[in-house]
Ligand binder design. Structure first.
Ligand SMILES: [Zn+2]
Length: 283
């Protein structure tokens, strides 16, 4: 073998890796340089982002990218938040801040997951732990340890987290919230049945976890004044919707807005969605 061929064999893969790495780095810095600037590092004065995720799963058979964020992308989101000085807080921290002036850390953010998929434990939980982040998982109480029967036919079959996984995550500091018993559209069922879904999911989760359940998420984001009141009267301290925006001082704690994160977003789009709702400082 000639020396020239030998050199080519050794250097070509190295060159390839270098170009690949460089392109990725360039794409990242481009994404960040094109993104709107971050707000000054306040403590929630300009609103608090509550991110909304569902599935975190690499398997396309688990569902489309509307509800499913691949773990690699989720990891990039968390890395971005950590690198830019964000600190995760719970929804009750946010409400305590609004109601009692409890101080929040610099750049507070709330990370939430709806429905209670097993993949939250398998894929998202290790990434959250890596950054010391907390989150809130809203669980459909009747599907714990089962499958997503609530959207059977419209979504592929997904495994839901069981009591063991939920307890382990709660022990670490993940908040478990309620997302009704069966995931109905609460505005389309009789109010009495809606009240039962809100109240009994809290009791069932509290019994299973051995800890209080204080936060709620409306399935499909459907709510009205009566339902918000029912959530409050059932003993919850806060509830989230799917309306887009930040949680701001003066908001009703039972109709908090969130920021949807989809699997189709690249890092640039994630950053844009994260920062676009912050309002300017008062002059
Ligand atoms: Zn849901």
């Amino acid at each position: 073998m000639s020396k020239r061929i030998l050199i080519a064999i050794v250097t070509l893969p190295l060159l390839f890796l270098l170009v690949l790495g460089g392109t990725r780095y360039a794409a990242d810095s481009l994404a960040q340089s094109l993104a709107p600037p971050l707000p000054p590092p306040g403590r929630g004065e300009r609103g608090i982002p509550i991110l909304m995720y569902h599935k975190v799963n690499p398997d396309p058979r688990a569902g489309g990218l509307g509800l499913r964020v691949p773990p690699q992308k989720f990891a990039r989101h968390m890395e971005y938040l950590a690198d830019h000085g964000f600190h995760t807080v719970s929804l009750t921290d946010v409400v305590d801040h609004f109601q009692k002036g409890k101080p929040l850390p610099i750049r507070p953010v709330v990370i939430t997951f709806d429905d209670g998929y097993l993949d939250n434990y398998t894929y998202a939980f290790p990434i959250l732990k890596k950054y010391g982040f907390t989150a809130t998982i809203f669980v459909v109480a009747h599907t714990v340890g089962k499958t997503n029967t609530f959207d059977a036919g419209r979504q592929p079959v997904n495994k839901m987290a069981g009591w063991r996984e939920l307890k382990e995550m709660a022990d670490y500091g993940i908040t478990i919230g309620a997302h009704t018993l069966d995931h109905p559209r609460l505005t389309r069922i009789p109010l009495e049945e809606a009240r039962r879904q809100i109240k009994e999911s809290k009791a069932l989760l509290e019994a299973g976890l051995g800890r209080p359940v204080e936060v709620f998420s409306y399935p499909y984001g459907r709510y009205n004044r009566e339902l918000a009141l029912a959530v409050r009267e059932s003993g919850y301290r806060a509830a989230v919707t799917t309306e887009q925006g930040l949680a701001c001082l003066g908001d009703d704690p039972f109709t908090l807005k969130r920021i949807r994160v989809m699997g189709s977003y690249d890092l640039q789009k994630f950053i844009t969605e994260l920062v676009k709702h912050y309002y300017p400082p008062h002059s």
